[in-house]
Design a protein around this ligand. Structure first.
Ligand code: DAH
Length: 333
């Protein structure tokens, strides 16, 4: 009995020692055949169980079985380790010749790209960039812009009021006021941002859209400079052959005022003037509201719709496509 037990003990030890040296699946297979194969050492020890005396057979059998199981599970875990850590030698588990998975790389949305492009063009003309909050008070959105309390633009149905005096801004002209309050002339800034109006959503209207606002205040600033600047901007953004038109109009914060129209080429071959935004010479009342002397300084301002520009430049027929965030749409730009 003692001999048999010694034998299985040393079998276990040598199996373990040899397995510890196995580094690849080929040697593991050699090891497996030697110990666990049909004619392997474990099998031959099990076979010799038949020869041990009957009285000690249960104890010997138990010990032999334990060693057999221990060797088997040592093999199993060695195999699992080799398969997971060395894929190439473990055979077909990983095919290293397959092409890799491409990580999905995103990019800026067309509106963001366009804003950057607009700011870049005005930057080259010498404008710096200003910013203002989306939640505004009635002073910056209306009063300082010469829009009196009874003006229809202040109607509760035409604005998103938060309370009686606060709202989400309906125009980026608010930023003109914020800049002039803080900075003495000369002022030469552009600002982009979201504006909000309770419009019914359709192909050319939305409750939220983007504007680019420009403001130039200095001594001797005139209308010719305004027209030239807006024209040069349109040529830089749309291309030299773009057609723009200035149409006399009215805004409370400019005098005189004009609307900027852009010629759209429709799919059926016809053309149509579409309003891009407004502009004009800053009204003296506005300069006074921000304590800039209208006798000394003059200025002009404009506010243009960014989505309209995008639609014209990229031939997008419906504004809503810009906000739906379908990857099939956004990926194209
Ligand atoms: N704020 C006007 C609007 O949203 C556009 C505008 C008109 C802006 C004239 C200006 C301006 O700066 O001078 O309809």
């Amino acid at each position: 009995m003692a001999d048999f037990l010694d034998e299985i003990k040393s079998l276990h030890e040598s199996a373990r020692a040899e397995l510890a040296r196995v580094r690849d699946s080929k040697t593991l297979e050699v090891w497996r055949i030697k110990y666990l194969g049909a004619k392997g050492l474990v099998r031959s020890v099990m076979d010799r169980l038949r020869e041990v005396p009957r009285e000690i057979k249960p104890a010997a059998g138990k010990a032999a079985n334990e060693v057999k199981n221990a060797i088997q599970s040592a093999f199993d875990s060695a195999l699992a380790k080799l398969t997971s850590s060395t894929p190439a030698s473990a055979g077909p588990a990983v095919d290293v010749t397959l092409p890799g998975e491409r990580p999905a790389v995103g990019h800026a949305h067309l509106i963001t790209q366009t804003i950057n492009e607009i700011l870049d063009i005005f930057g080259r003309m010498g404008f710096s960039v200003a910013q203002g909050p989306e939640v505004e008070d009635e002073w910056h959105n209306f009063i300082a812009l010469n829009i009196p309390a009874a003006h229809p633009a202040r109607d509760v149905l035409d604005n998103f009021y938060i309370d009686q005096h606060l709202m989400i801004r309906s125009q980026t002209s608010t930023i003109q006021i914020r800049v002039m309050e803080k900075t003495p002339p000369p002022i030469c800034v552009v600002a982009t941002g979201r504006v909000y109006r309770p419009d019914t959503v359709d192909a050319t209207h939305s409750f939220m859209f983007h504007q680019v606002e420009g403001l130039y205040v200095d001594e001797g600033v005139d209308l010719v400079n305004l027209k030239t600047t807006v024209d040069q901007f349109c040529k830089a953004y749309f291309g030299q052959d773009v057609q723009t038109r200035f149409r006399p109009s009215f805004f409370p914060f400019t005098e005189p005022s004009a609307e900027v129209d852009l010629l759209f080429h429709l799919p059926d071959g016809s053309t149509k003037w579409i309003e891009l935004g407004g502009c004009g010479m800053v009204d003296p009342n506005v300069l006074e509201a921000v304590r800039i002397d209208p006798e000394k300084y003059t200025g002009w301002a404009f506010g243009l719709g960014i989505e309209r520009m995008i639609m014209r430049k990229h031939g997008i027929p419906d504004l809503r496509l810009l906000f739906e965030n379908s990857a099939r749409f956004t990926r194209q730009f």
